[in-house]
Design a protein around this ligand. Sequence first.
Ligand SMILES: [Zn+2]
Length: 84
Amino acid sequence: MTGHEELDSFKRATEHKLRGLRCPTHRRPPQVCFTGSSLRDVSIRMSGCCGKLMGLANAAIAGRDGAIETRGDRADSDVNGAND
Ligand SMILES: [Zn+2]
């Protein structure tokens, strides 16, 4: 598999995770933008209507084990035991 193919499948997987995700408040999907030419230096940039959507999008991408810092005034989801 070339780096390009890896990157491509990574993008696809990420988009798949976000598929169908909408802001519960504004009914808008997140916008995702990939930068970088290989899986090593790829970075994901997401934008959305509000912090709540960004939190949901981050959680969807990270999966249940991921811990991505989210911004937004109040998170609805519970953080399991993370007490840092
Ligand atoms: Zn929103």
